[in-house]
Design a protein around this ligand. Structure first.
Ligand code: HEM
Length: 497
């Protein structure tokens, strides 16, 4: 080997100076190309294509134009998997069902939520959800799952009905409303009764609704990056969190002292005990408050947004509105005014309308994880990439739901796409991810369907509607993607059975 090297050096020295320079420049270039190739193939493995742009801030500039145009551009250029450098982080998108099974199925030690969702800690409070380790969190999620199991859901339906009927009884014979505003107001009432408890709903609704407003207002896009930035809205958020803790401490103490048990989620959380951590103790006031807030945040905007889109989409596709009315007639012929879980579960047409509205307008643009280990992902074209450890990984319900190779005529409202023979959501798991899926799929899905179906049943039975504006555009600047304002005229009209 040394002999060979000496021979090469001797041969080079024998060349004229210009030729020596040319060889040196040439080999440097070759070396640079080899190193780049090495970086892309060996060191990075077959890492996903990177949108380099302007170094460091390139991705951020593109991102600031809105994640949807960015995803569209990158998907056209690179396909289902690509990486965008965002300041000091890399964000890898896994688009569509072929690329996302690991995202949804992996355990938390491989795909973690803590690093990407811990901006919620000041809102939910210390000691719960993203502020605790995985073992504690899974026990806390068990408490939430207990509160949302079928037997409990059944007991919440009368509250949905009562609140919806009371709310709409205050409407006149005709008027113009914005559905998003309407459902936000109504769903905070139902949430108060089913989640926060009778005491809040009956005696301190206004106070708690104002505190919730301050908490909500303290959750802004900037809070994702800098949750502790000393701003006025963060200060109000922290004060509201503390005030809520004090309110719930009193309610919990009173229930315990008087041995009162209610049929609400608060009660389930009060009665919950850890099994494998904290020596099996019961939940404390701060944890109960934190979990209530977390559930409120998970369900409030998502449900009011989905109720609104269900209305806008049905009204702009009148045949589906009429099909939903016809279904209400059938249900009323069979069950009269009764609205319980079984009756609601028999409303297939309304269910399909909600499901399709959620496909076209999911409230969550991105769901995210942090890759604690590198993992392989294979696209529908059979390309395999290794996503490096340390990347933020994002899946997008909004984008995935419009993929033409998964959903035929994806931009059209066709609720029967979920029925045989189409069943477009069925062949490939994670095609429909409006409620996420896999290990961290939505725990409140059934709660949400029951609530939205109750609200729309009450509306369909008592009113007719007319859309006065075109179907609104989604507002992508809010944390939860909401419809922009849109006017709807209601006219009181009993549905003739
Ligand atoms: C139409 C209404 C709703 C939509 C569209 C929705 C959507 C979602 C999505 C996409 C996820 C997954 C997030 C991720 O993978 O990072 C999720 C998780 C969750 N949702 Fe919902 N949600 C809705 C209503 C509700 C309601 C009403 C509740 C509670 C009463 C709820 C409780 C939860 C909880 C606790 C999780 C976390 C599950 C986990 O991390 O293991 N959601 N939801």
């Amino acid at each position: 080997m040394a002999d060979h090297l000496q021979a090469v050096v001797a041969a080079l020295q024998a060349l004229p100076l210009a030729a020596q320079v040319a060889v040196a420049v040439g080999s440097t270039l070759v070396l640079a190309v080899c190193l780049r190739l090495l970086k892309h193939t060996v060191l990075r493995g077959s890492a996903p294509p990177v949108e380099e742009g302007i170094p460091f801030i390139g991705g951020l500039l593109k991102f600031s134009k809105g994640p949807l145009p960015l995803m569209e551009e990158m998907y056209k250029k690179h396909g289902e998997v690509f990486t965008i450098p965002l300041v000091h982080k890399n964000m890898t998108f896994v688009i569509g069902p072929h690329a996302s099974p690991h995202f949804f199925n992996a355990t938390d030690d491989k795909m973690s939520q803590t690093e990407v969702y811990n901006f919620n800690v000041p809102t939910f409070g210390k000691g719960v959800v993203y502020d605790v380790d995985q073992r504690v969190r899974s026990e806390q999620f068990r408490f939430v799952a207990d509160a949302l199991r079928t037997a409990k859901l059944r007991t919440y339906v009368p509250a949905f009905k009562q609140e919806a009927e009371e709310y709409f009884s205050k409407w006149g014979d005709t008027g113009v409303v914005d559905l998003m505003q309407t459902f936000s107001d109504l769903i905070i009432l139902t949430a108060s009764r089913t989640l926060l408890g009778r005491e809040v709903r009956e005696n301190m609704f206004k106070e708690v609704a104002d505190l919730y407003h301050d908490l909500d207002d303290g959750m802004r896009p900037i809070s994702v990056l800098f949750p502790y930035l000393p701003t006025e809205y963060h200060r109000k958020r922290d004060a509201a969190r503390e005030a809520l803790r004090a309110i719930f401490a009193k309610i919990i103490t009173a229930r315990r002292a008087n041995n009162v048990k209610e049929d609400d989620i608060l009660q389930v959380l009060i009665d919950s005990r850890y099994k494998n951590v904290y020596g099996g103790r019961a939940t404390n006031d701060s944890e109960i408050t934190g979990l209530l807030i977390a559930i409120l945040f998970a369900g409030q905007h998502t449900s009011s947004v989905t109720s609104s889109w269900t209305g806008y989409r049905m009204l702009s596709n009148r045949k589906w509105f009429e099909a939903a009315q016809e279904e209400q007639r059938r249900v009323m012929r069979e069950h009269g005014d009764k609205l319980d879980m079984e009756v609601l579960n028999s409303m297939d047409t309304l269910h399909l309308n909600i499901q399709e509205a959620l496909r076209m307008n999911p409230p969550l643009l991105l769901v995210m994880r942090y890759a604690k280990e590198a993992f392989k992902v294979t696209t529908s074209q059979g390309k395999t990439y290794t996503v490096p450890k340390g990347h933020i990984v994002a899946a997008s319900p909004t984008f995935s739901h419009r993929l033409p190779h998964i959903f035929n005529n994806a931009d059209a409202y066709e609720p029967d796409r979920f029925l045989p023979p189409r069943e477009e959501d069925k062949p490939i798991p994670f095609s429909y991810i409006g409620f996420g899926g896999g290990r961290h799929g939505c725990m409140g899905q059934n709660f949400a369907y029951l609530q939205i179906k109750t609200i729309w049943s009450v509306l369909l039975r008592n009113f007719d509607f007319e859309l006065l504006d075109p179907v609104p555009e989604p507002n992508y600047t809010s944390m939860v993607i909401m419809p922009k304002p849109c006017r709807v005229r209601f006219t009181r009209k009993k549905l003739q059975v």
